[in-house]
Design a protein around this ligand. Structure first.
Ligand SMILES: CC(C)(COP(=O)(O)OP(=O)(O)OC[C@H]1O[C@@H](n2cnc3c(N)ncnc32)[C@H](O)[C@@H]1OP(=O)(O)O)[C@@H](O)C(=O)NCCC(=O)NCCS
Length: 180
């Protein structure tokens, strides 16, 4: 990874507003969406095994973050994707899986290996043998990054209530591979 950004454990509850500011710049969120996400993130952090890592500059500015948790079929996200995976006999991916819930890097710091480093760091420390996530179902840097880490499509055109765009669900065995 280049520049002097450091990847390390993040107290996301304490820095949720900074994280959502990164997400707003990277992903695009309205003020209303930020307010909703804030409650969701704080709730997620109470779930067993939830963990988060951040990318910070030497002056302690947060420029990227990732968080996730072991999947639980009772969680809202899992209940939405389950029928799509079950239809393809792939719903076993919902068990023993670490979910990447959010991964965002500020546009001013993208394409320098920070996103790759965040996702490999968070998944390296988990007990689950695989990882699962959803991402907007278009060709994007996120899709390219996930594929290069071994994530394959488990379902496509997945519709979340309240999201305008369809998502792809992707899964990968852990640990994620390092570049050779
Ligand atoms: C997805 C995201 C987190 C990646 O972070 P990043 O720090 O820029 O990613 P990296 O520099 O680690 O890039 C890793 C890989 O991403 C892919 N990638 C990055 N930029 C790309 C681009 N412009 N086009 C295609 N692939 C790209 C490549 O596979 C790259 O691998 P390489 O190093 O072999 O080129 C970042 O682009 C982002 O925040 N995007 C907006 C928010 C978002 O979509 N988040 C994911 C929601 S699920």
């Amino acid at each position: 990874m280049t520049d002097d950004v450091v990847i390390g454990p993040l107290d996301l509850a304490a820095r949720v507003d900074e994280a959502l500011d990164v997400q707003a710049h990277a992903f695009g969120l309205s003020d209303d969406e930020v307010a909703v996400r804030r409650q969701i993130v704080l709730r997620h952090l109470t779930y067993p095994g939830a963990r988060s890592f951040g990318a910070t500059t030497p002056d302690d500015r947060l420029v990227g973050f990732v968080y996730g948790m072991p999947n639980d079929r009772r969680h809202w996200w899992s209940t939405v994707v389950e029928p799509y995976l079950r239809g393809r006999q792939l719903d076993h991916w919902l068990d023993g899986s670490f979910v990447i819930t959010e991964l965002h890097v500020h546009p001013g710091h993208q394409n320098r290996g920070i996103g790759r480093s965040l996702i490999t760091t968070i998944t390296d420390g988990v007990a689950e043998p695989r990882s699962i996530l959803s991402t907007i179902d278009v060709e994007s840097p996120a899709r390219g990054l996930y594929r290069s880490l071994g994530y394959t499509d488990l379902a496509r055109r997945v519709l979340f209530p309240s999201a305008a765009k369809p998502y792809a669900v992707m899964g990968a065995p852990l640990p994620l591979p390092r570049r050779v």
